[in-house]
Design a protein around this ligand. Structure first.
Ligand code: COA
Length: 394
């Protein structure tokens, strides 16, 4: 059952995004201030104009004070949001609902995370509350399970399969090399990717997203007010989030070639936005490429490829910058790293630039609808969010 949604009721009128990377010289506070002030300037507003704040962080702070201090917020509402790797998108989603409800005229959604000097890595397992009986997978290990399952089901041998995965990393690094805000700004050859040291077989380092610090922010207003701030507002078409019951880990019918939460979140978002043929109607997407097989499976879960066909589409370049449906035009998690709370808003930042024709050498020709997708957890139990934005009403 899909939510009714808030199609075309709110708009993004300004955004900011720091460079992502290893910011030894900047604190979390510095990053939040940088992203927020860039967003204020982009919307042409003063800090005091903002009426309420939604602040997404997974590990870097606990409450609204983490934001209100550095931004010198004068006794206004700040809601701290945490929803695993979908944290940034969920902060944005809740901020949009507050404006759509009529409670506020103008709000800021901001996501930030400082990971590099915290010792965080995908190989360090977060402590999740359970009965102690579940196997303890690192993130690369959990997502590595998608690869052999997909290869077996669709008849790829390991060499072919690894080449498909490498092609995804190659594409994302090629895009990231064009992006001054990315952490890794170098093209990486197929050979380097295929030979990168194994982290969780068959995944090598180059199949993994990196670890980074970063922040991104959006100013949100009612759609009817948007032109007071900018000639190029971006309208919110759909916001969805799906959290699963974890049946995958208990049922033999779960075969590790899909992530059900993504399928459900996409179905909900397409219904809200009136999208019936995503492969043709969605102009571009930023998806949660935490690991290369995740991106492969996402293509099918979002309906961009038929089941069992995504690997062919990858090899044919469908998702390349110049392809029929560019995915991760900014370089993705692969080039940016994944400062958890910031990633969802970083993805929206790219959609904002692209839809306004401001993406420079990465500009996609005449995009109309952009989709972002965040995924947190494990393939068999996750939280998945999908957001669709567009440059026109209707
Ligand atoms: N992609 C591209 N390059 C990477 C990279 C990545 N994912 N990770 C590291 N590098 C590069 C570094 O820039 C560095 O290059 P340099 O030697 O030229 O400076 C080199 O590889 C080694 O970097 P280092 O920081 O020592 O890597 P690491 O071995 O500590 O970490 C991983 C590698 C894959 C373990 C780490 O990036 C990781 O944990 N990724 C997954 C994060 C994750 O699980 N997030 C949650 C997703 S749901």
């Amino acid at each position: 059952m899909a939510g009714r949604g808030i199609k075309d009721r709110v708009a993004i009128v300004g955004m900011g995004c720091t460079r992502f990377g290893e910011h030894w010289d900047k604190s979390l506070e510095d990053l939040m201030v940088e992203a927020a002030y860039e967003a204020y300037a982009s919307a042409g507003v003063e800090p005091g104009d903002i009426e309420a704040y939604w602040f997404g962080t997974c590990n870097s702070g606990f409450c609204g004070i983490t934001l209100s201090g550095p931004l010198k917020i004068q006794y206004k509402p700040v809601t701290r949001v945490e929803n695993f790797c979908a944290t940034g998108t969920d902060a944005f989603r809740n901020a949009c609902y507050a404006v759509a409800s009529g409670a506020y005229d103008i709000v800021l959604a901001i996501g930030a995370e400082k990971l590099k000097d915290s010792g965080y890595s995908g190989l360090v397992i977060p402590h999740l509350l359970d009965d102690g009986m579940k196997p303890n997978y690192s993130a690369p290990a959990a997502f590595s399970l998608l690869a052999p399952a997909y290869f077996k089901k669709y008849g790829l041998d390991e060499k072919q399969g690894k080449e498909v995965l490498a092609r995804i990393a190659w594409k994302n690094h090629k895009n990231g090399a064009l992006n001054p805000r990315a952490q890794f700004r170098q093209e990486v050859s197929m050979e380097q990717i295929l030979k990168s040291p194994i982290v969780a077989a068959p995944l090598g380092i180059m199949d993994c997203s990196g670890v980074a610090d970063g922040a991104a922010a959006a100013v949100i207003v009612r759609a009817e007010d948007a032109h007071k701030y900018t000639d190029k507002p971006i309208y919110v078409k759909a916001l969805s989030i799906a959290c699963g019951p974890g049946h995958g880990s208990m049922h033999q019918d779960y075969d590790f070639t899909t992530i059900r939460e993504t399928v459900q979140a996409a179905r909900d978002a397409y219904q809200q936005a009136g999208v019936t043929d995503p492969r043709r109607q969605i102009s571009m997407a930023e998806v949660h490429d935490c690991f290369t097989p995740t991106e492969l499976v996402i293509y099918e879960d979002l309906g961009f490829s038929e089941r069992g066909q995504a690997w062919r589409d990858v090899l044919e370049g469908v998702f390349d910058l110049g392809g029929a449906l560019p995915v991760n035009p900014d370089g993705g998690l692969k080039s940016f790293g994944h400062p958890i709370g910031a990633s969802g808003l970083r993805m929206l930042f790219e959609m904002f630039l692209q839809l306004r024709g401001e993406a420079g050498p990465r500009q996609i020709k005449d995009p109309v609808l952009g989709l972002t997708h965040n995924l947190g957890g494990f393939p068999w139990q996750s939280v998945a969010s999908v957001c669709i934005v567009g440059r026109e009403l209707g």
